[in-house]
Design a protein around this ligand. Structure first.
Ligand SMILES: Cc1cc2nc3c(=O)[nH]c(=O)nc-3n(C[C@H](O)[C@H](O)[C@H](O)COP(=O)(O)OP(=O)(O)OC[C@H]3O[C@@H](n4cnc5c(N)ncnc54)[C@H](O)[C@@H]3O)c2cc1C
Length: 390
């Protein structure tokens, strides 16, 4: 196993490091670094800069804007982006629907959607989960019934992230209710969220923020040529998509940045006769977190250096499981540093730093990381069956 960088890889990394820090606006990176919510425009602006330089969709086939990079180059592309606090290319476009259309879509669908998806001229959202179909996704009940050249879609999706910004939705729908296995009757359909019969309703999260929605479909007419691949093969495409989604969630670079911020704040926080950062118990907690993160990073590098066939690796479940836990541990660290200042007060007369006021909502918001993209329990089940053979 060789996980040190070659001179070429070092040069590649340094070039990206410079690019991210000079080409992506510093104000966007700064706001993103300190946990501020970005606007739709800021996300689109960053994505477009990356795309114009060939850095939004390197994981796609070369003919559609991808790069013929090694797994290590792809890893460096993402890690350096996170370390520079660059908001990553919109995951629904770059990691999810784009690769599915590129691998399984017709030439017509590729030409119609891939350039606009890479450029974020279309903002996609993910319509998979339903009120009774999350971990058990194959139980989904939204139906699509063929009617001439169209499908008529009825049902409901839930937890649809940023649907309020979206132009189009990629949706898992049931096209054969009588299939012998429930996985066999599912299809992968694309449609405009402005279609008549689509209603989007916000869900307010525990941190007070608005990032997820319920999406209802009432007799939505969808042209049949917006089906990806073959009818009733959607489960295969969904599994392919989820493998990509999980690998992207690990977030080692992002967690490193957060630990750096926590140390910065701890150095400004008084404790006894010194600072919190000098407190031996606190220092030990930070060291343990850093060690755990290093172990995860080495595991990620090992997975990367062993996966050259481009297929999602079952180890993506290990990375998702541990990566999401460490992201949560870091938000907990920030919350503890903030102490009594950890909640927003919204009053000028109370002296409480902005970062501290954001730490409480940030901690609450990150409870999501062990749920979305498949919960921790689901990842453990996948690890048990596909890696450990239990
Ligand atoms: C912030 C956020 C954003 C999301 N964004 C999207 C999105 O954009 N699009 C989308 O389609 N979905 C999205 N999701 C949905 C997400 O994929 C589901 O929440 C997730 O798959 C869990 O499903 P569920 O919520 O129905 O919980 P359930 O499946 O009901 O699970 C409830 C609990 O039971 C446990 N459990 C369930 N089954 C088992 C089992 N077999 N063995 C052991 N334990 C089990 C789970 O681990 C969990 O702890 C999002 C979720 C969140 C929180």
């Amino acid at each position: 196993m060789k996980i040190s960088l070659s001179p070429d890889e070092v040069a590649f990394r340094d070039e990206l490091r410079k690019f991210y820090r000079t080409e992506i606006p510093a104000d966007i990176r700064e706001r993103f670094k300190y946990g501020n919510e970005l606007s739709r425009d800021e996300i689109v602006r960053t994505h477009k800069i990356l795309n114009e330089h060939g850095l939004a969709v390197p994981n796609w086939p070369v003919e559609w804007g991808g790069k013929d990079w090694t797994p290590m180059q792809r890893h460096l592309w993402q890690d350096e982006m996170q370390l520079a606090s660059v908001p990553e290319p919109l995951t629904f476009n770059a990691q999810m629907v784009g690769p599915v259309i590129a691998h399984f879509g017709s030439d017509e669908l590729k030409q119609r959607f891939l350039p606009a998806t890479a450029a974020l001229d279309i903002w996609w959202c993910q319509g998979f989960s339903e009120p009774d179909a999350g971990s058990d996704l194959a139980s989904l009940r939204t139906t699509a019934v063929r009617d001439g050249d169209s499908y008529i879609v009825n049902g409901q999706k839930i937890w649809t992230t940023l649907a309020q910004y979206a132009d189009w939705i990629f949706c898992l729908v049931r096209t054969d209710p009588n299939a012998p296995k429930k996985q066999a009757g599912i299809s992968f359909l694309l449609f405009d969220v402005k279609s008549p019969g689509v209603t989007i309703r916000p869900i307010k999260l525990i941190d007070g923020g608005y990032e997820v929605n319920e999406v209802f479909f009432e007799n939505v007419r969808v042209p049949a040529d917006q089906l990806v691949g073959q009818e009733n093969m959607g489960w295969t495409y969904a599994k392919f998509l989820l493998g990509n989604e999980r690998t992207g969630i690990t977030g080692v670079g992002r967690t490193k940045v957060k630990i750096g911020i926590a140390k910065e704040y701890a150095a400004q926080t008084k404790s006894g006769t010194g600072t919190l950062l000098e407190d031996p118990l606190f220092a030990a907690r930070v060291a343990e977190l850093e060690n755990e993160l290093l172990a995860l990073e080495l595991t990620q590098l090992r997975v990367v250096s062993n996966s050259s066939d481009g297929k999602p690796n079952p180890a993506s479940s290990v990375l998702k499981l541990r990566g999401s836990e460490l992201q949560q541990a870091t938000t907990e660290l920030l919350l503890d540093i903030a102490g009594q200042d950890a909640l927003p007060v919204g009053a000028d007369e109370i002296a409480s730093p902005g970062w501290a006021q954001r730490s409480g909502p940030g901690y609450l918001n990150y409870r999501k990381t062990t749920i979305y993209g498949g919960s921790s329990e689901v990842q453990r089940t996948i690890i048990a069956s596909t890696i450990l053979g239990l």
